[in-house]
Design a protein around this ligand. Structure first.
Ligand SMILES: Nc1ncnc2c1ncn2[C@@H]1O[C@H](COP(=O)(O)OP(=O)(O)OP(=O)(O)O)[C@@H](O)[C@H]1O
Ligand SMILES: [Mg+2]
Length: 1033
């Protein structure tokens, strides 16, 4: 573990704790150009680059843009450990690196689910392709691997040597110069594993097939085949090993390269082709085409007997025909004749020597160019996203890598440079748009006022080139299509006519004296955003036309070589419509590319080349200045520095500088914004020096930051040791261990919560199914919660009929529980009842059996307490008591007796003993009624207190039934019926009671409802009882 020196190694992972370069800035400059004090100074910019380059630090940021200087030597910063070091680490926490940029883009893609693109630009030899390979390798090593696509990473990586063999060449500026533009989109699945790829190629420099400048070579594959292919192969292809024997390989007079081994690369390419999935037969066909092109180059023309142009190198022509799978005579004919269609009629005209040579070269370029496109398509098929992943609906995110030619200014600039520089104008336009947009968005998100930035909008130049009808490309197309004599010079004139006076366009004729001197008569000059470039119009029309004679196309269509016949479709020959011109095609491709890039979150790598000699350690200031200008880096810095030099998230700022303020050291427990505010107040920041956004602090001047940084460095020895002698790094280790543990716990809890929610949702969906693994958790939970809820809400009295509704699976159990609970409550209740109360209840139950719902006064009567007696002991005459002797009075009550005749009311006491009742008139027992003899008891259904005791009628000695009235009739009749065991003998009569008068005669009591109780004689000698209405409700 190492701390003081900048890094802390925790569990094998090395992390830089803070922005290390801030501390080492005097030695290595600033690691982010936005920290340059004098950010408008190009000299300061270059000095910072130079200082860092001298220390072997090739990467520097401009905000989120990575500037890279080609070291021209192998640096030990690309190992697997280095990759690990940058994985998941915040962009600014660690020294600038292409891995940091790659990782940031990857993490942004994963966390924000936003497609990303990394645009790599710079001039030839600046290191674009190397950078793109490093990014790809970083993803291949650090990303998780999709089990189904284990080989995909390999295929993507292996596409590089194949495309480089066929699309790269040694040029004056770069031994491995990409002669095509390349966009590679890598698709990642939802887990972040690469699952597919797609390559788009742009504008291959086909002219290289037939011509190379001095010191340059043709595409690598030709030399690799001759050097690496075994003897058998060469014999099959009728090739000789010496490249000098092929006229397409001798133009640059540079057959071999010291820096690369064609033989080794041949092996690499052959292996790569098989990894990508090329069948042996396909490789054979591919190599036949390459050999065919070489033989085509050696095909020479001469003059025949009749002065016609004819092929003089029969062997080569035969080889070409054999290798390209076409008929030799048809090929010979097509190379020396031209087929024209005029007014629907076909005419064949012979070609002169020059025309035949250019037809041959055109064929070589077309065959090679189309084969290259086929190769890209084939690779795309091999790395394409698999159907099942595409349709899995989980969605893929993309990281695009754009490795495209940088701004190019040669001594002689032609059509190719025009296209390349146009492409760079478009990229610059996109760059400005996206950078400004993202800057503006960040200010908005942080709630900080946007300060307008002055920048050059290059739309005017893009329009100059691409505008319909008026632009250079339109004019070029028109000139190519115009009938009559057209040539490059007439194109230049046309340009002068249409564009003369445009501020970014000038020609020799239109220029003033000084400019005119610096221009040729065949040149036009464009004032690009990056600088002025003169283009020579020679060859513009031909290159734009990119014409291949129709009869040559026809021959190729019939090829037996599947690659050739795939590349030359029959429909193309049948179709009379003119194909799109090269520049328009390029323009349309660029539009599509801009659309692809514009829909993604961009990151930029700006590559610089330190010297033209490809030497390590040499820093050519003039060359660098030129590139800084052409790449618009100063402009870039100005946009990024608009307003504020430095911005950091609150937590990062506080974490670094908290030792500088007693209130924030060692830990700040409040809101982060308050912590930062406390800290900067303590540091004495002035209001104009900084602003607090929503999550970041913005510091206007680097000076402010550096002062703070210096204060921190000064403070370090003091904070390095704690009171108890604990070095800080130990504390940090403990802290980070503790935090890690807390984070792990938190993550575990989150995982469990997510799992629980998932179980719930699944259980809910399957809730109506039988108990099964999908719903067991859910159903158990529902049962458990029902029982828990029931426990809290059990009815507390037998009369409480509420009961929680059970879930379907618990209906039966719920009913049983209810029954058990009720029984339990009843048992408990019964146990609690006192003997006194028990007696009372037995009587009430009997009363209920007799009277419930039958007599109006029942509810009132039963509601009252039944007393043991309604007469006090002293109210009963002693004589009577004595007469009764051992038969104790159990109950006594005052009653009114009505005579059976005349119904005279007489007050009496009714005393009940265990076996009989007596009617007492003060001191005398007037009548004894044996319970055994009692025939029945009648009461009315109304609220009155009348009741009749029916006596036996067979005994004539009896006086008849007894008609009585009692205020406590419910109580009395209940007690009497119980004592006499005559509960079932109580009659309740609704309208009248018939009672026996002595000697077989009968009397009747009529009952009617009235306002108040009245007992009086009624009609026909009946006794009329008017009973008041009782409102029981
Ligand atoms: N990071 C690097 N480390 C070591 N060498 C490098 C690095 N980048 C570039 N180089 C060297 O520079 C050479 C040119 O780089 P590269 O081919 O990537 O340039 P380029 O920008 O793609 O050029 P072109 O536009 O011509 O294709 C490489 O072959 C390699 O030798
Ligand atoms: Mg390249």
């Amino acid at each position: 573990m190492r701390y003081q020196g900048r890094e802390v190694d925790v569990e094998g992972r090395v992390r830089l704790v803070m922005e290390s370069a801030l501390t080492a800035r005097d030695r290595v400059g600033v690691q982010d150009f936005v920290l340059l004090e004098n950010y408008n100074s190009e000299a300061a910019f270059i000095e910072n680059l130079r200082r860092r380059f001298g220390e072997g630090l090739i990467y520097t940021y401009i905000g989120s843009v990575l500037v890279s200087v080609n070291p021209y030597k192998e640096l030990e910063i690309y190992s697997k450990q280095q990759m690990e070091r940058y994985r998941g680490v915040s962009f600014y926490e660690i020294s600038p690196h292409i891995y940091a940029l790659s990782d940031t883009a990857y993490r942004a893609m994963r966390t924000e689910r936003k497609d990303q693109c990394i645009m790599i630009s710079g001039e030839s030899g600046a290191g674009k392709t190397e950078a793109s390979k490093k990014i790809l390798l970083y993803y291949a090593v650090t990303c998780p691997i999709n089990a189904h696509m284990a080989t995909l990473g390999d295929r993507l990586l292996q596409s590089n040597p194949v495309l480089e063999a066929f699309g790269n060449a040694k040029t004056f500026r770069n031994d491995n110069s990409s002669r095509f533009g390349k966009y590679m989109g890598v698709q990642f699945d939802f887990r972040g594993a690469p699952v597919g790829g797609h390559i788009l190629n742009y504008l291959l420099e086909k002219s290289r097939v037939v011509h190379q400048n001095h010191g340059e070579r043709n595409f690598h594959i030709f030399y690799q085949l001759l050097d690496g292919g075994d003897d058998n192969l060469l014999t099959t292809l009728a090739l000789q090993r010496n490249p000098q024997n092929y006229s397409y390989l001798v133009k640059g007079n540079c057959p071999r390269l010291s820096s690369v081994s064609d033989k080794n690369n041949w092996k690499v390419v052959m292996k790569a082709l098989s990894v990508i999935g090329f069948a042996e037969e396909e490789v054979q066909k591919l190599l036949s085409i390459i050999a065919g092109v070489l033989h085509l180059g050696n095909t020479q023309f001469g003059e025949g007997e009749e002065g016609e142009t004819c092929i003089t190198t029969e062997t080569h022509a035969t080889n070409v025909a054999k290798l390209l799978g076409v008929d030799v005579s048809a090929l010979g004919e097509a190379l020396t004749h031209k087929k024209l269609t005029a007014k629907g009629e076909e005419m064949i005209t012979p070609l002169n020597f020059e025309q035949a040579m250019s037809a041959r070269d055109a064929l070589a370029k077309a065959v090679y160019g189309r084969t290259f496109t086929w190769l890209v398509e084939k690779i795309n098929q091999s790395v394409a996203l698999q159907e099942e992943i595409y349709h899995s609906g989980k969605g893929c995110s993309v990281i695009g890598l754009l490795d495209i030619y940088g701004f190019e200014v040669l001594q002689h600039n032609s059509f190719e440079q025009f296209c390349i520089n146009y492409c760079n104008e478009k990229l610059q336009q996109l760059f400005i748009e996206l950078t400004l947009r993202s800057e503006q968005e960040e200010y908005e998100a942080e709630g900080i006022a946007w300060e307008t930035v002055q920048y050059f909008d290059n739309k005017i130049i893009c329009d100059l080139i691409e505008e319909k009808h008026k632009g250079i490309i339109s004019t070029l197309d028109e000139e190519c299509l115009r009938p009559g004599e057209t040539c490059d010079a007439s194109f230049l004139e046309k340009l002068e006519d249409t564009l003369g006076g445009h501020p970014h366009f000038v020609t020799h004729k239109l220029a003033n004296g000084k400019t005119r001197k610096a221009m040729g008569r065949e040149e036009f000059r464009l004032l690009h955003y990056a600088g002025e470039v003169n283009y020579n119009v020679n060859g513009f029309l031909d290159k734009n036309n990119d014409l291949l004679n129709r009869n040559l196309k026809e021959v190729m269509c019939q090829s037996h070589n599947q690659i050739v016949s795939y590349c030359f479709r029959r429909e193309e020959v049948m179709d009379q419509k003119r194909p799109e011109m090269a520049a328009t095609q390029f323009k349309n491709n660029l539009m599509k590319l801009m659309e692809i890039l514009g829909s993604k979150e961009p990151s930029y790598v700006r590559c610089l080349k330190p010297n033209d000699a490809k030497q390590p350690g040499r820093f050519d200031e003039v060359l660098i200045r030129h590139q800084v200008k052409y790449l618009g880096l100063m402009e870039n810095l100005r946009v990024r520095r608009a307003g504020f030099a430095y911005r950091r998230r609150f937590e990062a700022f506080l974490q670094r500088y908290k030792p500088l303020c007693p209130e924030t050291w060692p830990n700040w427990h409040g809101r982060l914004a308050d912590g930062v505010s406390t800290l900067v107040n303590h540091l004495g920041y002035k209001a104009e020096e900084y602003k607090l956004g929503r999550s970041k602090i913005f510091i206007r001047f680097p000076k402010t930051l550096f002062t703070t940084e210096d204060a921190l460095q000064a403070k370090k020895p003091e904070i390095g040791e704690c009171k108890n002698g604990f070095p800080e790094w130990r504390l940090i280790t403990i802290q980070s261990g503790w935090r890690g543990m807390k984070a792990r716990r938190r993550a575990k809890r989150r995982r469990e919560a997510a799992e629980l929610i998932r179980k719930f949702i699944k259980g809910f969906i399957y809730r109506h199914e039988d108990y099964c693994p999908e719903n067991e958790y859910f159903l158990d939970h529902v049962r458990y919660s029902f029982l828990k809820n029931l426990r809290k809400n059990l009815p507390r009295s037998v009369l409480d009929k509420t009961w929680p509704t059970p879930p379907p699976s618990l209906v039966e159990a719920s009913e049983n529980l209810w029954r058990m609970h009720m029984r339990n409550m009843v048992v408990k209740y019964c146990k609690r009842v006192q003997p006194e109360w028990r007696k009372q209840m037995i009587q009430k139950v009997a009363a209920s059996e007799i009277f419930k719902d039958q007599k109006d006064s029942y509810p009132q009567g039963v509601g009252r307490l039944f007393l043991d007696s309604r007469l006090e002991r002293e109210q009963i005459n002693l004589k009577v008591v004595q007469t009764l002797g051992s038969d104790k009075v159990q109950y006594g009550v005052p009653v009114v007796k009505y005579d059976r005749r005349g119904f005279k009311p007489r007050p009496r006491q009714l005393l009940l003993t265990n076996t009989f009742a007596v009617l007492v008139d003060k001191t005398k027992i007037k009548q004894r009624i044996d319970y055994a003899a009692l025939r029945g008891i009648s009461v009315s259904s109304l609220s009155d207190g009348m009741f009749v005791l029916h006596m036996p009628n067979e005994d004539n000695k009896q006086k008849g039934d007894v008609v009585l009235h009692c205020d406590h009739v419910i109580e009395l009749v209940t007690k009497l019926a119980m004592m006499a065991s005559k509960v079932n003998y109580v009659n309740i009569n609704p309208g009248s009671i018939t009672f026996a008068v002595a000697r077989g005669k009968e009397g009747i009591i009529d009952f009617v409802r009235g306002s108040e109780l009245k007992v009086a004689k009624g009609k026909r000698g009946h006794l009329l009882v008017i009973a008041p209405q009782i409102n029981n409700i």
